[in-house]
Design a binder for this molecule. Structure first.
Ligand code: GLU
Length: 462
């Protein structure tokens, strides 16, 4: 039987890192087994469900490279399906109408609490058929009255619950709408879901869902309940996947990082998509909660920034440079610059911010650096370098380097005394990539213009 898994977010908000991790483990399991990854949107909360959130979830999955094989399937498109099953359960005696009023239920609850008991529905209507006419009712499922329910969870192992912990819970509200613990079973069964992989906050629900499968004459699927992720503070946790995209994280890095929240493969930290698919399995998913650590995510991002092809990196950097209002396009120069700058920031945003001087000369000179390096001892050599660069045959880092070395030797000036004034002239400060690469990354005329302008800064020796 081929594996079919589903990711089933409700569209009451954007996709967060916790949800993305659940989606990823579903996705990886499906791909590892050659199975099917389904996206189902649980959109039955009439007040809070919004189409824009569905779009946002789809967009986030798309950015992370987890396009569903089936879906998005909207739960609201299946509403008729649920009523049919409820009727069937009523007919077969697996469910019953409950005419208790909300006040009556509240009274029972308070009484139980006052007596120090766990509130539980009295099962008053479980075996009755003397239904009052024209009264609102809910439909409740008949839970088994004795015994235990055991699931063999792919993550948690065997978990057993005594059925006396479980209530005859409502499967249809008095307004006719079905409830989550019922609907999820019908959906998963209809979609032939073989493995239900979700957060362990749903473990309690599973023990309510298993009897629903049985009542419907179905075999429950295999379950895998993933431990929580701690460290997702309200602020960080409420951040949508797209916020990380907009902050300049690479999707490969996000996928790589969240794959390790609960799963491991030896001590390997950096994984390509292909490796994740190949290595993923539940035997190496742990039970203990994992911690969301943004510094680690940044580190993974820097590793991925090193790995990308320069042309790919340039393409991804482009929108961030444009956001800074820079006049830039995707060309060989940008590819060259991306390659030079890839290790000069943790995110695309930082790299873009540090790359502005390539595209604009509207920068201030760092005063301290000017004072330290723009000294007369360097001036004649820099002026000769400018002249030599004007006539240079081949505008390349290598031949530019040859000129610097020859002129430096002739004037008996060390390379730093030439490199730093050059950096200041071209970028405003002394922090930049290798100086010959830097000079070569500008069109010759622009490099010369900046060098000449910078040369006006040469001051007196102290
Ligand atoms: N809509 C539920 C949630 O977002 C789905 C739970 C499940 O996977 O069954 O938590």
């Amino acid at each position: 039987m081929s594996v079919r898994v589903r990711f089933a977010p409700s569209n009451t908000g954007t996709l967060h890192m916790g949800g993305a991790r659940t989606a990823l483990f579903n996705y990886l399991y499906a791909k590892n087994k050659g199975g099917t990854f389904i996206l189902r949107i649980e959109d039955t909360d009439r007040e809070r469900s919004k189409e824009e959130y569905t779009e946002s979830i789809v967009e986030a999955l798309d950015w992370l490279g987890m396009e569903p094989d089936e879906g998005p399937i909207l739960q609201t498109s299946r509403l008729g399906m649920y009523n049919e099953r409820i009727e069937k359960l009523l007919e077969e005696g697996h469910a019953y109408r409950c005419y208790c009023t909300p006040e009556e239920l509240e009274e029972q609850r308070e009484k139980a609490l006052a007596e120090g008991r766990k509130p539980k529905y009295s099962r008053k209507w479980r075996d009755r058929t003397d239904y009052p006419e024209d009264q609102p009712y809910t439909v409740r499922i008949k839970m088994p009255l004795e015994g235990t329910i055991t699931i063999d969870d792919m993550v948690q192992g065997e978990v057993t619950v005594d059925v006396d912990q479980l209530d005859d819970f409502i499967i249809m509200r008095s307004d006719g709408t079905p409830t989550y613990n019922f609907v999820v079973v019908v959906d998963d069964a209809d979609m032939d879901v073989t493995h239900v992989i979700r957060g362990d906050d749903h473990l309690n629900n599973t023990f309510r869902q298993v009897p629903v499968y049985r009542a419907l004459g179905l075999e429950p699927p295999t379950f895998g309940h993933l431990p929580l992720i701690s460290g997702l503070s309200k602020r960080k946790g409420s951040a949508a996947v797209q916020d990380y995209r907009d902050r300049g994280f690479l999707s490969e890095a996000v996928v790589n990082y969240i794959s390790r929240l609960g799963w491991s493969h030896g001590d390997q930290e950096i994984f390509t998509r292909e490796e994740l698919v190949e290595y993923f399995g539940f035997d190496s998913v742990g039970k203990s909660p994992s911690n969301f650590d943004e510094d680690k995510l940044k580190w993974v991002n820097t590793e991925w920034l090193k790995k990308l092809e320069a042309s790919d990196l340039a393409q991804r950097l482009l929108p961030f440079l444009k956001k800074l209002d820079l006049d830039v396009e995707l060309d060989d120069r940008l590819v060259q610059i991306a390659d030079l700058m890839r290790d000069r920031g943790d995110t695309l945003v930082e790299i873009a911010e540090k790359s502005t001087y390539f595209f604009t000369d509207q920068f201030d000179y760092d005063e301290k650096a000017v004072k330290k390096w723009m000294k007369p001892v360097s001036e004649p050599a820099i002026k000769e370098i400018i002249e030599s660069l004007e006539g240079l045959d081949e505008w390349s880092a290598d031949s530019i380097g040859t000129i610097y070395r020859e002129v430096g030797k002739k004037h008996e000036v060390g390379l730093a005394k030439l490199a730093q004034p050059t950096r200041i002239s071209l970028t405003g400060s002394t922090s930049s990539p290798s100086v010959f690469d830097l000079v070569a990354s500008f069109p010759r005329e622009e490099a010369l213009r900046r060098l000449r302008k910078g040369a006006e800064l040469f001051g007196d020796d102290e």
